[in-house]
Design a protein around this ligand. Sequence first.
Ligand SMILES: *Cc1c(COP(=O)(O)O)cnc(C)c1O
Length: 477
Amino acid sequence: MKKKEIFPEKGRSSSSLLEQIPILKEGDAWWELGKVFGFVYYPGNSYARVSEEYYCAYMYENTLNPSTFPSLMDFEKEIVAMAAELMHGDKNVVGNVTTGGTESIFMAMKVAREVAREKSGRQNGFEMVLPETIHPAFLKACDHLSVKAVLVPVGEDKRADPEAIESAINENTILLACSAPCFPYGVVDPIARVAKIAKEHDLLCHVDACMGGFMLPFMEDMGYEIPQFDFRVPGVSSISLDAHKYGYAPKGNSIVLYKDRALRKKQFFVHTEWPGGIFASTTFMGSKSGGPQAGCWAIMKHIGKEGYRKIARDVMTTTKHLMEGINQFETLEIISDPNMSVMAFTSTKGDIFNIGDALEKKGWHLDRLQFPDALHITVTQLNIGKEESFLEDLAEIVKDKARLGKDKKSMSNTVNLAGGLTKILPGALLEKAARKLGGKMSGKGSGKQAALYGISASFSNRKDVKKLVLNLLDGMY
Ligand SMILES: *Cc1c(COP(=O)(O)O)cnc(C)c1O
């Protein structure tokens, strides 16, 4: 067999490459249909064009050196100023644009560690107290920064539990964090209470508004009751908000804000002794395209507050219909009381993941959650107007009792595992993994489900799950 030429000796024609795009995308999620909940935040055709033009116009520019491309630095300053205004920051609030929520959070955690190092005179041994619903980006940051992440259970309503947080504080604690809202359930944590505790213990307090930063302020404008979560809350020292989520900017855009310049200075990195020159960088990244930042600036200017308010209003109308619709089903239950357009629902009878698989067959994509097993919905501009057809499909699936499958108890192990894995792995890979592991394959059901049964059968320990995922990632790339 002739070896396939990966890196062509002779370049391929542009027409052959361009023709290939739709074919390459065939197996990908068709988000344009509005049946994917989350992942893609598209502002709509009427808004998107300008952002795309700006993106392409700055694609080759580099944000690394601000004096080389001053217009890019101006974009950043204005994006930060707009974000600071949204978060009700005073004139002391400063920040930077990053490539995403993960980088924003990483920077704020690094700042906390640097502050702690200076204050304590020691280099390591620090801890952060985090509600268990906090985004894994915090755990990733702790991992990289050698800080211990102390996870604390949340309350009945899935919101952070201030008492539990306070009792987890010790002499090594450097920061408390909260979400506005948390990704799994869309509930805003009691930030005022947690920030007060932080203040009393002389700790930093980070608010993760990656999800809510571009929704909650506009909802508040429209009269929604939103618990205070931003710089109006005494004790809040930094906030992350993602422009590439509800800001509808192209991916690669988030903002990290600090209550003052002294904090932000701890974020910067300077190396003065390099033969390559004095090196300074504001965030984690080195060279990076100016495209995303330019696209972000353009979309924020183009949509404007009025536009964001209108999108938020329509998103919330769709959300309300979806919630009412889901609540109509006796066997389905929305978890807690979401504060915005993010929610999870579970099934009181049968297996919710079977419903998820059936929805997927009808083209709907929902994330899977664990502890408890649930399906996840993030409503965005793309989903507006799709609520009726979603609820019709859901009704058909729920009515079909056979599909609900085995009773919940016997399934729960499988489901928990599936919850973690199906987030990152396509069905085909799961199947392969199951086969490799030699797990029992169930003869019936879709390939995906069968694969899940197989995988779950081979574990009794969550540590093995981690090992499996590591191996799968290694294999995938
Ligand atoms: C998306 C998200 C993050 C992480 O952001 P990325 O842009 O994916 O890196 C952090 N926190 C919350 C609540 C999020 O929803």
